[in-house]
Design a protein. Structure first.
Length: 666
């Protein structure tokens, strides 16, 4: 050190403040009304008593609000605050030597040892008098002035003056008026991205509006698709997700089942965006007009459905951008534009966008403006196609810009890619992320993966949306397991995750792949119109509606962090519980992962964590069948036959709220 700076006198050290994403490089993610629990190492030399607070504020709001921290032991402290509005928050930690409490503690020890405390009482009088001059508010100042007089009044007995020193009101006044001129503040201000509840909790249903009519030879219109809204809402969904609704290119249009030769009546892939009628801010003529889209969004809102729109930043060869901005695309040496590939797949109908082009700034601005255009037409939820194939810094910039102007927007990242890339997209501003859930089908796989998502630091910024299937993903488990497999995966998705989704036709158990070993659907809706009869036998829409009702009624299912897995003696039985943050709502799920055979065995209930004695009775109510059971002890028998019952969703009857959940690091 080259000089003795006044800051060197600050004795308190603050380290290891959590939560923090990459040491504060990125914000944590929360929704309005959630509590942020902050922990930090706060210590100093010697044996003085310390005090610490969490400082927090909405970014740009000026002064800090503060919440007292409490010691947890071993110099670890904890405090919390609740976020009350959308936008960006800031928080940090401040600590200082609490000289009054230090004095008060030492005084108490000496009194207990029958020592003379005349001098100590005079010291206390000086401390209180000094604080009175800088007290926060007239009431505190007056209380401190009177207390200082009483402590320094040698005509009073020591016993009376000790009573004054130990008065709880005096401690409160002194804590509120503490001298913090030499307090230490953590050397970083940490950030928090606060979104609305739908970013954390929601049920998604994916539908191709062009298939919502009755004629397989033409696209349905938005007006016809609106007739499907009551059906979607009757199942209890919150979000209706639409693939791209823009004009579809003609050049190299794909035919049925992704064939390279399209017939004159083939409708093509909605992801081949752009034609002579427009690009990313236009509507496919078969669906109607922009005014028709606006009416569809309004109709959905009347049914308590939010529209989520697909954002796919790519272009068909017929997109106006190809003609107007050829510099936004990669050209081969022969001058042709390179189409998209993911070997062995080829997408001749799609041109990728060159984010590194010479005109990148105008390109980035245009792409951001595409999203704000649709915000202007009532869309505030976006599912982003393949964001991992675009620059990560583009998303960090664009989402920050959009959220600053429209803090109610929500973005779902469709990035089935490497874990670190998926995580970085979440850190950079995406509200939710697709996950590997579709490919986790065994008890061990589900337990390991969902524990990672909900009980490690990943949870501070990445919120999974557990889609049970997509137009691209028909997992082998669903292909061969029949209706019980579809029900099992639905129950898992909707109870393991606070956010989940299914693609239309899932409730009909559509399970035929284009060929053995493929996850693509036969007669995929990506390339053709597909008319469905939702009244056919086997539709389990009623079960979907019941589970969504349970989700709405039970806070335990509206968050991810309360998930815990429990042992069973049969790996085909997956047992897990979810609890609400306040500990008043507890659900226990048991799912038969075998779609072919009855499975039975014993599950182990965590009676200690639930404040139960092993001999206590445990009353549970099956919210699916309305049956009630009384269990006793840790181990209880369960039998599930997929022909009649795939799962239990059990409400655990609690006499008292559960204790607070332990901190993540514990």
């Amino acid at each position: 050190m080259s000089s003795l700076d006044g800051d060197l006198r600050r004795r308190v050290v603050i380290e290891n403040v959590l939560p923090a994403v990459d040491d504060g490089r990125f914000p944590i993610a929360r929704t309005v009304g959630e509590r942020v629990v902050v922990r930090a190492d706060v210590f100093a030399d010697g044996h003085d008593t310390l005090a610490a607070v969490v400082l927090h504020r909405a970014a740009g709001s000026g002064g800090w609000q503060e919440t007292a921290m409490v010691p947890l032991g071993n110099d670890r402290w904890q405090g919390s605050f609740v976020v009350a509005q959308l936008g960006t928050y800031e928080y940090t930690v401040e600590g200082w030597i609490d000289r009054f409490t230090t004095w008060r503690t030492e005084l108490g020890k000496k009194v207990a040892a029958d020592q003379i405390v005349t001098s100590e009482l005079l010291e206390g009088a000086e401390l209180v008098k000094a604080s009175a001059s800088s007290a926060r508010g007239r009431a505190y100042a007056e209380r401190l002035r009177l207390a200082a007089q009483a402590l320094g009044d040698v005509s009073r007995s020591s016993e009376d003056r000790v009573v004054t020193a130990m008065d709880a009101g005096l401690l409160e006044a002194m804590s509120a008026s503490a001298d913090r001129r030499e307090a230490t503040r953590y050397d970083r201000v940490l950030g928090e991205r606060v979104e609305r509840e739908r970013a954390r909790f929601g049920s998604w249903y994916e539908m191709f509006p062009r298939s919502a009519g009755t004629d397989p030879n033409r696209s349905a219109t938005f007006a016809e698709a609106a007739a499907q809204l009551p059906y979607v809402r009757s199942m209890g969904f919150d979000v209706l997700y639409l693939p791209p609704v823009h004009p579809i290119g003609r050049s190299f249009r794909k035919g049925r089942n992704n064939s390279l030769e399209a017939g004159p009546d083939d409708v093509g892939s909605p992801w081949a965006i752009g034609a002579e009628t427009g690009g990313h801010t236009a509507i496919e003529p078969g669906l109607g007009t922009l005014a028709d889209f606006d009416r569809f969004v309004a109709a959905a809102k009347q049914h308590d459905l939010e529209i989520a729109l697909d954002i796919a930043f790519q272009a068909s060869p017929d997109h106006p951008w190809v003609r107007e901005h050829p510099e936004w695309f990669r050209h081969r040496p022969d001058g042709t534009i390179k189409y998209a590939e993911n070997p062995p797949k080829k997408y001749q109908d799609i041109y990728p966008i060159n984010f590194e082009s010479e005109g990148w700034q105008a390109l980035w601005t245009e792409l951001k403006n595409v999203i704000t255009f649709w915000v202007g037409h009532g869309v505030t939820i976006f599912r982003v196609d393949n964001p991992h194939t675009k620059p990560l810094r583009f998303w960090e910039w664009a989402l920050a810009e959009i959220k600053q102007a429209h803090p109610d927007t929500i973005f779902l990242s469709e990035a089935f890619t490497r874990p670190k890339v998926m995580r970085h997209l979440a850190k950079g501003g995406f509200s939710q992320s697709y996950s590997y859930f579709t490919w986790r089908n065994t008890s061990a796989e589900l337990t390991e993966y969902l524990t990672e998502l909900t009980q490690t630091p990943v949870r501070e910024y990445l919120r999974p949306n557990l889609f049970a299937n997509t137009p691209d993903i028909l997992h082998e488990y669903l292909q061969h397991g029949g209706r019980p497999a579809f029900i099992a995966r639905f129950v898992l998705a909707s109870t393991l995750g606070a956010s989940y989704g299914i693609y239309s036709g899932y409730e009909l158990s559509e399970n035929v792949p284009v060929k053995p070993g493929s996850e693509e659907y036969l007669d995929s809706e990506k390339y053709q119109i597909r008319i469905r009869d939702f009244r056919q036998p086997g539709n389990f829409a009623d079960l979907i509606a019941r589970v969504n009702q349970i989700r709405q009624a039970h806070p335990a299912l509206q968050r991810d962090w309360g998930l815990r897995f429990h042992p069973t003696d049969n790996p085909e039985l997956l047992c897990y519980s979810k609890r609400s943050e306040d500990g008043t709502d507890l659900l226990l799920m048991v799912v038969n992962l075998d779609p072919f055979h009855m499975q039975h065995g014993f599950i182990e209930v965590p009676v200690d964590a639930w404040r139960r004695d092993s001999s206590d009775q445990l009353r549970v109510h099956d919210l699916l069948s309305d049956e009630r059971y009384t269990w006793r002890g840790r181990r209880n028998y369960v039998r599930l036959d997929p022909r009649s019952r795939v799962a239990h969703i059990l409400l655990v009857q609690l006499d008292d709220p559960l204790p607070p959940e332990p901190a993540l690091e514990d």
